[in-house]
Design a protein around this ligand. Structure first.
Ligand code: AMO
Length: 439
């Protein structure tokens, strides 16, 4: 018999059941032994009467059983209003210890207050047994599922591009080198070039959810050296407004679904209200953002810093967006072309056809219409001093390539903001940063 999920036990009263899980609690009393089993979906009490002759073998097993061992139990499920845990218990006939846990855990994962954060990361597999921590990944999985679902419904196809590449994909400085037989290779910073290649392959609408590697030696709350990027690219667009529209609709769709399933729990467990955004998301030009930050909140920066959002300006954008638009998201456009990637399209006046999307004061996305005309993209690459490295990429535009655009959305940052968690380290399954590459 297969183990059934503890969350579904209530359909099986007075039936023989097989259940498996971690031993969360053991009470060894004079006349009876109680175990609490936890399988990640729920918990159940197992009751072993000591007076029953046929239980003697099980009783001796429980006598030496340690917390956090895993067991498989066959028994009958009984309703019992005296049992505090869901008013039910299992009366077992077979108890099998499937793994033995050491007596002492490195820390108690049920109450993490005061536990050193690095110790938690060293023993992340134990840290993730904490319900609040494992819930992060259930919610993240649901969020990504619904973003995928939105795209599948619109004829997008998921592709998988290589992460071992011959040349740097974004900027040369932040790239990890790896020894590749007798030459060097690099870890992909983004699937940028390949998702555009898919457009010139006639794929029309693609996305990819995969790792991106950044050799940024910065210890901030929102940077990791490896993170998960949700990348989208699609053809036959008229402008970058089509890209912003698709992204905002996708996010709204997914957040609405997540709210339906997890909204209450997010509020209870993380103390954060999930506000399903309204469409369309507000849009502001970069120069207007700075102007309003100054006039509304007295925030001033040097002219030379105004070609991008400072971290402080990003944070203030949360307030600005709420005050001005009653919205948590904000698209920022009209960045100076000189500061952005060469593959972003510029219009006839040189205005960059790209954007950043901020949520709750943090950048979660860069997106753009791409330059798809061979002569133009070659000129842009030359202006940035890129030629040899991007030669293979420029070829993609030589034999016909539809106008297209897309975006890259950081899944880790999105999760962090959704749950109001202040550090990216908490929302990565295993954080990767300048000082951490293990376990
Ligand atoms: P960009 O470099 O802005 O754009 O990255 C896209 C998004 O990825 C997330 N992100 C990060 N998350 C965690 N740690 C990091 N070190 C990190 N760096 C970036 C952010 C960011 O907005 N090719 C373009 C996308 C495109 O135009 O389609 C790109 O990679 O959420």
């Amino acid at each position: 018999m297969q183990s059934i999920k503890l969350s579904e036990l209530s359909h099986h009263y007075d039936q023989k059941v097989v259940v498996s899980g971690f031993v969360e609690n053991i009470r060894n009393l004079q006349w009876v032994q109680f175990l609490v089993l936890n399988d990640g979906t729920g918990k159940v009490q197992v009751t072993i009467e000591k007076s029953d002759e046929s239980n003697q073998e099980m009783i001796s097993v429980v006598n030496s059983l340690t917390l956090e061992s895993t067991v498989k139990i066959t028994g009958v499920l009984k309703e019992n209003s005296k049992v505090k845990l869901n008013g039910m218990e299992i009366i077992p006939s077979i108890l099998e210890v499937t793994s033995h846990s050491e007596e002492e855990l490195p820390f108690s994962y049920r109450d993490l207050t005061g536990v050193n954060f690095d110790t938690r990361l060293d023993y992340r597999f134990i840290d993730l047994r904490n319900e609040k921590n494992s819930l992060i990944f259930k919610i993240q999985s649901s969020l990504v599922q619904y973003m995928r679902e939105y795209l599948y419904q619109r004829d997008f196809m998921e592709i998988h591009t290589p992460k071992l590449i011959g040349t740097a994909s974004e900027s040369g400085s932040d790239v990890f080198e790896v020894k590749y037989f007798d030459r060097l290779a690099y870890l992909a910073q983004s699937p940028q070039f390949y998702k555009q290649m898919a457009m010139s392959s006639g794929f029309n609408r693609i996305f990819e959810v995969g790792p991106a590697f950044r050799a940024e030696n910065s210890n901030t709350s929102r940077h990791a050296t490896e993170y998960t990027c949700f990348d989208v690219e699609f053809s036959y667009i008229d402008s970058y407004y089509d890209v912003m529209k698709l992204e905002s609709e996708m996010l709204t769709y997914a957040l609405e679904k997540v709210n339906h399933i997890y909204g209450e729990r997010i509020k209870d467990v993380y103390g954060v209200e999930l506000v399903v955004p309204t469409l369309p998301f507000p849009v502001m030009k970069l120069c207007d953002v700075y102007q309003e930050l100054e006039s509304r909140y007295g925030y001033k920066v040097e002219e030379s810093e105004k070609d991008d959002l400072t971290t402080e300006a990003e944070k203030l954008c949360h307030q600005l967006s709420k005050d001005k638009f009653q919205h948590e998201f904000l698209f920022v456009t009209h960045y100076p072309a000189s500061k952005r990637a060469f593959y972003h399209m510029r219009d006839n006046e040189g205005v960059l056809q790209g954007y950043d999307l901020l949520w709750r004061g943090v950048e979660i996305t860069t997106g753009a219409q791409r330059e798809h005309r061979y002569e133009e993209i070659t000129k842009n690459a030359q202006e940035k001093g890129l030629t040899k490295d991007v030669e293979f990429y420029l070829q993609f535009f030589k034999y016909g390539c539809p106008p297209h655009g897309g975006f890259g959305l950081g899944v880790d940052r999105l999760t962090m903001l959704l749950l109001g968690i202040s550090s990216i380290k908490e929302v990565q399954f295993l954080f990767r940063g300048p000082n951490r590459i293990e376990p």
